[in-house]
Design a protein around this ligand. Structure first.
Ligand code: MD3
Ligand code: FE
Length: 216
């Protein structure tokens, strides 16, 4: 029981090196959380969150949207980045200033200067939603890091190896945590376990994850 009491304590901002190029910046986004969530609402008002189809014909449990010059999409034709939203045919909403500044600042804090993302994927997990182990390899330049921002309910992140069969390490990610994945960690398999039921004061019964990428 005692452990649960401390689960929700945010703690001080601090940075933890995980392995080879991956850095967790605990609480790096906490003070900007309200502004980030307001910006998510603006983006998803014109590019609605949706459950996309995998090339194998499954419906993803996570709801997704994008902003920036490029957006990541999946359908029965495959995975790819494209400049327009397939749902509306319109260009993806532009990247909010608060997104771009946070992504640059986090990359810099982790030692990656001049990160200039052209895509931000917005993931929304509701209870039961998960993302199986996968690699992010639809981008053109793997020298560019990926920055991820967690908001709302906590969720367990799984960090695997360069081969799918390597046993993953579990890393709990909380509201306000930012992770920068670069160098040799960039192509590691990763995923998130099913979101547990709960309620967060700012997001209610869900977790948002923002991932900033250089797609082209
Ligand atoms: C490690 N999202 O959108 S973020 C994804 O919580 C994705 O929504 C998860 O994996 C989420 O593709 C995890 C952390 C993350 C993102 C990209 C990575 C970790 C990564 C790329 C390489 C290595
Ligand atoms: Fe990923």
């Amino acid at each position: 029981m005692t452990a649960d009491l401390f689960d929700d304590l945010p703690g001080e901002p601090r940075s933890e090196a995980i392995v080879d190029g991956a850095v967790v910046l605990r609480q790096f986004a906490r003070e900007k959380a309200e502004a980030l969530l307001a910006a998510i609402d603006r983006v998803t008002a014109s590019a609605p969150l949706r459950h996309m189809q995998t090339p194998g014909g499954h419906t993803m449990s996570v709801a997704m949207s994008c902003c920036g010059d490029q957006g990541w999409v999946t359908d029965t034709r495959g995975y790819r980045y494209q400049p327009t939203d397939p749902l509306t045919g319109a260009p993806w909403p532009s990247m909010p200033g608060v997104f771009e500044r946070l992504a640059r600042d986090a990359a810099e804090a982790a030692g990656y200067r001049d990160f200039c993302p052209d895509a931000c994927l917005i993931n929304r997990y509701e209870p039961g939603a998960k993302m199986g182990l996968h690699q992010d390899k639809d981008e053109t330049d793997f020298e560019q890091p990926i920055v991820s921002v967690s908001l709302g309910l906590p969720q367990v992140f799984q960090f695997g190896g360069l081969k799918r069969n390597e046993r993953p390490v579990n890393i709990p990610l909380a509201h306000g945590d930012v992770v920068v994945w670069g160098g040799p960690s960039r192509l590691r398999y990763h995923g998130v376990l099913r979101l547990k039921t709960g309620s967060h004061p700012l997001t209610g019964a869900c977790r948002y994850n923002l991932t900033f990428r250089r797609a082209c």
